[in-house]
Structures are given as structure tokens and as C-alpha cells.
Design a protein around this ligand. Structure first.
Ligand SMILES: *Cc1c(COP(=O)(O)O)cnc(C)c1O
Length: 613
């Protein structure tokens, strides 16, 4: 026997889904059921008395003093006799969810308990959606006892995989029973496991919060594992401090692994090209423009979003001059927008945003009295909501004033066919690690006009035109081959990452719906997946909420601060008020985002927000 519980990856390959070993367990139970119908024998148990003892012990997982109501997920519920037992015993406050792979068993279960919730789901199917199975307690009664004709190794693999799933679905704890090895003989058709092995598996999940019970007179034991310290343990505290619950960071970026990068790093080693629009950076540009459904040569990679924006400004408007010294920037943005304009010699003039779109309104800009002094306008796509180009092209045509767009977080929007498209204006994207799609540090300039993109490429290469001849204002804003390698690996894994982001967004919607606050939540696909925003109904409520999140150890962020006018560097004596920005920024709270978030994390966020909103 393999004592360390390690097993061959029999279950990991999705192509093996067609013939998984535990399919034979399903067959076994279906055959039993066919012969013996809805009886103990039909469920593979020797007799009714023993079965009821097991129910009793299994329900012991739910402590007598446990807060009710609670949900109980019965994995491998069969004909749901456990629910009959719960009803007979008059145990109140338990919402039961039955799960089984067998349609035949569930047919019996549904007939007996039409009001209860049953799901025919294979929890090991990687495509299975398991959200509905989350419960306070997840138990498996007799799911790991019959081995049928599976090998010990196959059965061990099944057991450990399912227990992992149970643990991830349980809010408070799990329980299951196993055949003991402290018996006169081990039956070859049953799965006997030593208590040590079971304890080791559970300790790996639950630390010391594990109980093994073998006091009920059968050749088996029941194992319980809990997520929080047991109330009866001597060191258990009655109230949970935030520290024991663990903090939730506002954003934990997730980047391609070393392994995903290696094939691209090998190519760098072979080519000895490390920067200067090398093969990887060009390949990344081509693949990105394809992702965005753009023509070739409509995108050039840059070293950051800020350098991309700087070069776009230089191409569209050049450096500031005495006649037009001002760059018009929305008050609601990240400082990089304004800093890029300053790099090009402009004095930054702030303008308030539109209440609906959170963007500059071209009509308001056109009506400004200082229009004659404005050398460039930089609308910002807030949180990755793209800026419609048509009105700005019209603005440019009417006023002659150049426009470039800070589209920093628009990667996902431009992957989607449903949103606004990039047009003839220059736009800058950011691939910083905090953005949904990332190269670590990086960015890109895009436009449907290839001549402008070529000029931007020259601008981020010291203004070189041809061989090392500086013919235009420029900077070093090139993307290195190493960052391009990250970008290519990130693109390889993008569909998966996007799926993970979508699941997090879905859980957010469900959890905020549960606490009846979904209407205040602003998340993807409306904005980029690296953001999850809560719009409090007033500035004081938002302030209270921030305090509550702090106290609970939940990270939050004002992504665009309280407006650029609140940042010392951009404060001007002549500044009037920016009422829309001030009101919005005061109420908007950036909640934790990122694919690492568990339902438990998000539930905590929702609960804290709900108790203070
Ligand atoms: C992220 C971001 C930037 C800066 O991009 P970097 O790649 O970090 O230079 C600029 N503007 C906005 C609106 C951003 O969100």
C-alpha cells in the first residue's frame, strides 16, 4: 500500500473522462438498486439497522449547538434515505441538497422528497458547475466504502479527489466514513483505509480541526474535518478575529508561470535579441491586433501604458508650445494620464466628467472658454469602458485640436465584438500586472491608421526614423523581449484566465444578490475584470464601509483616488469644484478583484458590505 497517499494521476486527464475508474462504482450501485430497489441493500449496505447507525454518526458532524439554519450537502445521496431519517428525527433547520451521479437513484429520491433539492452532477467532471452544491456541511455517507473491482490505488485516487472537492464546497466542515484496517480481515470488495492515512489527508486540509470516530460498533470509522477551530478544543476562541479568518487582498495579480514562459525564453536564448522590436515583441503585436480583430500594423508594443500614452501624445500633437500650452485631462483618472502629458511639456488642465459615462463629454469640452489654449485632449476609458471615437473625431475636425485616448484597461473590451472599437485616433493600452491582461510592465499604442502606429513606434524608439537618425521628439518606450515573452504566454492562457475572471464576477453577482445589493455592484463585462466596484449611495456610507472593510481585513482601493484635483501635484489655486468626480469618487469603492478569490472570500466581502451599507 502506498502510505503517503500519493497516487498516479488517473483522474487528471480530461481525455480519460470517457472511461474513469469510478464509473464502475456507479455501475455497481445502479445494479444494486435495480435488484434491491430503495432498501439498505439497494444502496449497497448489509442491513437497515447499521445504515441508521451510520446516519446518526454522520449527522454528528453537525454539532448539537450548531447555529441553524444550515445547509447540508449529501454527496452520493442515492435515494436520499438520510433525508428521510432527518425528517423522522424531527431535526429542524437543515436545508438538504442531495447529489448523485445516478439518475435512477435520484428518481426514487425526488419521488419521496419532492420539496428537496437534488442535482445529478459528477463532481469530478472538470466541466461541472458546482456552485449549487456549496453548503455549510458536505458529507459523503458510504461513498468511499465499496471498492467493487477498482484497485486500491484507483479507489484512493477517487477518495482523495472527492474529499478535496468536498472541502472546497464546504463552508464549515465535511464528514465521511471509511472501512477500518483494524479488522480481522479486509474484504477485497471494500476500501479499507488506515486511520493514519485518513488523518494525514484531513490534516493537510484542516490542520488540527479533525475528529475520527470509531466508537459505534461497526468495522469502520467516520472522519470529520472543520474549517474553524472546534468549539470544544481547549484553545478555541469564541469570537473570530479578522486575523484568524485571513485577510483578502484588494488585488492579487496572477501571471504566467515559469513553465508557461520557458518556450519563449528558449527562443530569446537562441536569437540573442533582447529588445528593439525583436521577434517576440512583433509576434505579440501581431497576435494582439488579431485578438482585437484589427488589421496588421495597427498596434505597437511599449514598455508601459504611460510610455505608450506619451508617444501617442507626441505623435498626435507634438510637444507643448507657447500658443497651446494646455493638455485637457479628466479629473477622474489615474495620475499616469496627466503625467504623460506633462512629459510632453503640457500644463495639465482638469475637466469634470459626465455623470452617466464617467468620461469627458466632447460637447462640454467644445464649450470651454480656454479652448484656444488647449493643445491636446486626453479622454480616459474609465475602468476599461471604451471611449466612443466618433464624437471625438468630430470634435477634432471642428476644433483642429488633437485627441488621444487613454484606453489603459480596454484589453477585454477590445477582445469583445460587442463593444466600441478602436478607430483612427491613437489609443494607449496598459499591460501592467494590475490589469486583467498583463506582461508585468508593458503597454501598446493602437490605431486603425497604420501610419500613426509607425510614427508611435519611432517615437518610442528615440524618435529614430531609419537608421539611428533622431528626427522627431521621442523617448525609450520599447517593450523588451522578456516582457513580450510574458505577453505571449499570457495570451496562450488567456481563455482560461478569462473564464476564471468570469466565474469570480458571477459569484460576486450571486453573493451581492443574496444580500440584496447587486444593484450597487459594477463589474465585468461592463468594466475590466481587474476591477470590482461598489457604488455606495452616499459619501458618508462609503466612508463607513471603508472602515468596516479595514476592520475585517478586506482590501479596498480608490483606483482613481478622490480625483486628480485631490492629489497635491495636480492641485491648482484656480481650480473650481469638480462636483461629479468628487461625488462619484467619494462613493466608489474598489472591492477585491482577481482570479484567486474564493466564494468564501467574496461571501465575506458581501456580508461586511451588507452590514454597513
Ligand atoms: C493602469 C493605467 C495607466 C498606467 O499604465 P502603466 O502601464 O502602469 O504605465 C494609465 N491610465 C490609466 C487610466 C490606468 O488605469
Amino acid at each position: 500500500m502506498n502510505a503517503d497517499g500519493q497516487s498516479k494521476v488517473v483522474f487528471d486527464d480530461p481525455t480519460e473522462m470517457i472511461g474513469r475508474p469510478d464509473d464502475r462504482l456507479l455501475e455497481y450501485y445502479n445494479t444494486q438498486l435495480m435488484y434491491f430497489k430503495d432498501t439498505a441493500k439497494g444502496a449497497g449496505w448489509p442491513n437497515e439497522t447499521d445504515r441508521r447507525t451510520r446516519f446518526e454518526i454522520m449527522l454528528g458532524a453537525i454539532g448539537v449547538g450548531d447555529a441553524r439554519p444550515l445547509t447540508l450537502c449529501d454527496l452520493g445521496c442515492g435515494t436520499a434515505e438520510l433525508l428521510s431519517f432527518i425528517k423522522e428525527r424531527g431535526i429542524n433547520g437543515v436545508r438538504y441538497v442531495g447529489v448523485d451521479r445516478s439518475a435512477d437513484a435520484l428518481e426514487f429520491a425526488r419521488k419521496k422528497h419532492p420539496e428537496a433539492e437534488f442535482h445529478q452532477i459528477d463532481v469530478l467532471d472538470p466541466r461541472a458547475v458546482l456552485g449549487k452544491l456549496e453548503a455549510d456541511y458536505v458529507i459523503a455517507n458510504g461513498l468511499f466504502t465499496v471498492k467493487a473491482d477498482l484497485s486500491q490505488e484507483e479507489m484512493r485516487c477517487f477518495w482523495t479527489k472527492v474529499v478535496d472537492k468536498m472541502w472546497s464546497l464546504a463552508r464549515r466542515g465535511i464528514a465521511f466514513n471509511l472501512m477500518s484496517t483494524i479488522v480481522d480481515w479486509e474484504r477485497s470488495d471494500l476500501f479499507h483505509v488506515s486511520m493514519d492515512e485518513a488523518a494525514r489527508l484531513l490534516h493537510g486540509l484542516a490542520g488540527r480541526n479533525v475528529v475520527l470516530r470509531a466508537d459505534y460498533g461497526l468495522y469502520e470509522f467516520t472522519a470529520y474535518a472543520y474549517k474553524q477551530q472546534l468549539a470544544s478544543s481547549p484553545s478555541a476562541s469564541t469570537s473570530k478575529s479578522p486575523a484568524t479568518l485571513g485577510s483578502v487582498p484588494v488585488l492579487q495579480p496572477s501571471m504566467p508561470t515559469k513553465r508557461a514562459l520557458s518556450r519563449y525564453l528558449d527562443r530569446i536564448d537562441a536569437s540573442h535579441v533582447y529588445s528593439n522590436h525583436g521577434p517576440l515583441s512583433l509576434e505579440l503585436a501581431a497576435r494582439l491586433s488579431e485578438r482585437f480583430s484589427l488589421q496588421p500594423h495597427t498596434l505597437v508594443c511599449a514598455s508601459s501604458g504611460t510610455t505608450a500614452l506619451t508617444s501617442a501624445i507626441l505623435v498626435a500633437a507634438g510637444r507643448a508650445n507657447r500658443a497651446r500650452p494646455l493638455a485637457l485631462v479628466p479629473s477622474f483618472t489615474f495620475p499616469a494620464t496627466a503625467l504623460a502629458a506633462e512629459q510632453c511639456g503640457y500644463d495639465v488642465e482638469l475637466a469634470d466628467i459626465d455623470e452617466e459615462t464617467w468620461m469627458l463629454d466632447p460637447r462640454c469640452v467644445r464649450d470651454r472658454s480656454d479652448l484656444g489654449a488647449i493643445g491636446i485632449v486626453i479622454p480616459v476609458a474609465p475602468f476599461g469602458r471604451p471611449v466612443p471615437q466618433e464624437p471625438w473625431l468630430a470634435f477634432r475636425a471642428q476644433t483642429g485640436i488633437p485627441v488621444v485616448i487613454d484606453a489603459a484597461a480596454c484589453f477585454e473590451a477590445y477582445c469583445s465584438s460587442r463593444s466600441e472599437r478602436p478607430g483612427l485616433l491613437l489609443e494607449a493600452l496598459s499591460f501592467h500586472a494590475t490589469k486583467s491582461y498583463s506582461t508585468g510592465e508593458g503597454g501598446a499604442v493602437i490605431s486603425q491608421d497604420p501610419a500613426l502606429v509607425l510614427a508611435a513606434a519611432q517615437s518610442i524608439t528615440f524618435g529614430f526614423r531609419g537608421e539611428r537618425v533622431c528626427s522627431a521628439p521621442g523617448l525609450n518606450g520599447k517593450m523588451s523581449e522578456y516582457h513580450a515573452a510574458v505577453g505571449l504566454a499570457e495570451l496562450d492562457g488567456w481563455n482560461e484566465k478569462a473564464g476564471a475572471f468570469a466565474r469570480v464576477a458571477e459569484i460576486y453577482r450571486e453573493e451581492f444578490h443574496r444580500v440584496d445589493l447587486a444593484r450597487f455592484l459594477i463589474g465585468p463585462p461592463d468594466i475590466a475584470s481587474c476591477y470590482m466596484l461598489f457604488r455606495a449611495s452616499s459619501v458618508p456610507i462609503a466612508a463607513r464601509l471603508r472602515d468596516a472593510l479595514d476592520a475585517a481585513g478586506i482590501g479596498h482601493r480608490a483606483w482613481y483616488s478622490l480625483g486628480l484635483h485631490s492629489q497635491p501635484h495636480f492641485r491648482r489655486p484656480h481650480h473650481s469644484a469638480f462636483p461629479v468626480t468628487s461625488s462619484l469618487a467619494g462613493r466608489l469603492i474598489g472591492l477585491p478583484a482577481g482570479i484567486h478569490l474564493s466564494r468564501e472570500d467574496i461571501r465575506r466581502v458581501a456580508d461586511v458590505v451588507a452590514s454597513h451599507a
